[in-house]
Write a protein that binds this ligand. Structure first.
Ligand SMILES: Cc1ncc(COP(=O)(O)O)c(C=O)c1O
Length: 406
């Protein structure tokens, strides 16, 4: 008898009418209905069944009035991070926000004043640039360095030098790193933490991808590396990437330092975000209490997609350099071999290859000529996208191409 799969991530779902940012606005956003969408950071999989059931059961009660946070919610968050990451969070350190981006806005407002510098490590998650600019602060860059072995490393001398020269008030760390998939080592975090502590720079650690780490890597929560670091950090976590529930809008911001926490809470109150929405409370506590086996299965599936895609790139598209991610569900792919402008690369991918990825330049100038591919989807979709690239890439002129559009 054939075994019944507990989770079937090979299933392709119908996205019609879901208001899915990734799937339902292709015509409006890139002019073509038929591109394979592998851009924005959510998964094409259904979330864990226990989460869906809990939401349906709560919805069926029909009473959607004001709610309060429960002890069960806080315990679910605390137990998850203790169990999965060996991080002991105290219940009074948790503040909920509608998302990590809103938390970044509040954190920057609390830690700095207009025209202060905020330090980031590009190529990095593009909204970091926007948040800094929208809050009228200045972007200070400590670019990650690409090594010949296909990894990204930190330029610590430049990091400290920039801090001494420009006196940023905060450093936004992205770990696991979006878009490169780098998972910072404990030694790297300790060194960054020490430099920041020595120069009174608060670390805003965006750890939204902390649960999406492959078998060869381990995520180290910034708050666990040293007591001085714990006391000098705002750590942004969320169940949204882990359980594919970004549409429910919820994140847990952990602030061990009481002074910073009080200021953050006061600012949050001013914006009028008193508590998460009812359905995000239900989903978050159910996810953290019951979603672990689903997560293990989805991680294994995505790791399989990563290995499959890397193998196809190296066999059929060796001219494209692909960085092997240790975490996140992105592939960071270098198309610079072809010498295209960013506009030409985008036009080729959309019009010739029929695939929609995030363009690398949005993650900073270091990402020029790169793309970020979201592989949290059925493997048949990864395979189809790669086939479309393989079949069209020969039309790119220049090195290895046969000439054509440009
Ligand atoms: C590093 C990082 N931070 C934050 C976010 C967005 O978080 P939220 O939707 O909770 O605002 C994302 C989403 O892709 C992300 O990759």
């Amino acid at each position: 008898m054939a075994s019944i799969k507990k989770y079937d991530f090979d299933v392709t779902h119908d996205f019609e009418g879901l208001f899915s940012n990734k799937w339902n606005f292709r015509k409006e956003k890139v002019g073509r209905e038929d591109v394979i969408p592998m851009w924005v950071a959510d998964m094409d999989f259904k979330t864990a069944e226990s989460i869906q059931t809990a939401l349906v059961q709560r919805a069926e009660r029909g009473i959607y009035g004001y709610t309060s946070m429960t002890r069960e919610y806080t315990d679910a968050v605390i137990n998850w991070f203790k169990r999965r990451h060996n991080w002991a969070i105290n219940d009074n350190e948790i503040i909920t926000t509608p998302g990590v981006i809103s938390a970044l806005h509040i954190a920057i407002n609390v830690l700095s004043i207009p025209h202060d510098y905020i330090l980031i490590q590009p190529p990095t998650y593009h909204p970091f640039f926007q948040v800094i600019k929208k809050t009228k602060r200045k972007v200070l860059e400590n670019p990650l360095i690409r090594t010949s072995t296909g990894h990204y490393e930190i330029d610590f001398d430049d990091f400290e030098h920039k801090i001494v020269q420009y006196k940023p008030k905060a450093f936004i760390l992205c770990n696991p790193q979006n878009p490169t998939g780098k998972v910072y080592s404990k030694a790297e975090l300790l060194k960054l933490g020490e430099i920041c502590c020595n120069h009174q720079v608060v670390i805003i650690a965006d750890e939204i991808h902390s649960d999406i780490v492959f078998s060869e890597a381990v995520h180290t929560p910034f708050a666990t590396i040293a007591p001085e670091c714990t006391d000098n950090a705002i750590i942004c976590t969320a169940p949204s990437k882990t359980f594919n529930m970004a549409g429910l809008q919820n994140s847990n911001i952990i602030i061990p330092n009481r002074k910073i926490r009080d200021k953050f809470r006061e600012a949050l109150d001013r914006y009028g975000f008193p508590r998460p929405g009812l359905f995000s409370i239900v989903a978050t506590q159910t996810a953290y209490n019951t979603g672990e086996s689903w997560l293990e299965a989805v991680l294994q599936y995505i790791e399989g997609n990563r290995d499959y895609a890397l193998q196809r790139f190296s066999a059929n598209l060796p001219q494209l350099k692909v960085f092997r991610p240790q975490g996140t569900y992105f592939l960071w792919v270098d198309f610079n071999h072809y010498g295209l402008t960013n506009e030409q690369l985008e036009a080729y991918l959309i019009n010739d290859a029929g695939v929609w990825f995030n363009q690398g330049y949005i993650f900073g100038s270091q990402g020029s000529g790169f793309v970020r591919i979201n592989i949290a989807c059925p493997q048949s979709i990864v395979a189809q996208a790669l086939t479309q690239i393989e079949n069209s890439i020969i039309r790119i002129p220049g090195k290895g191409g046969a000439g054509g559009r440009w």
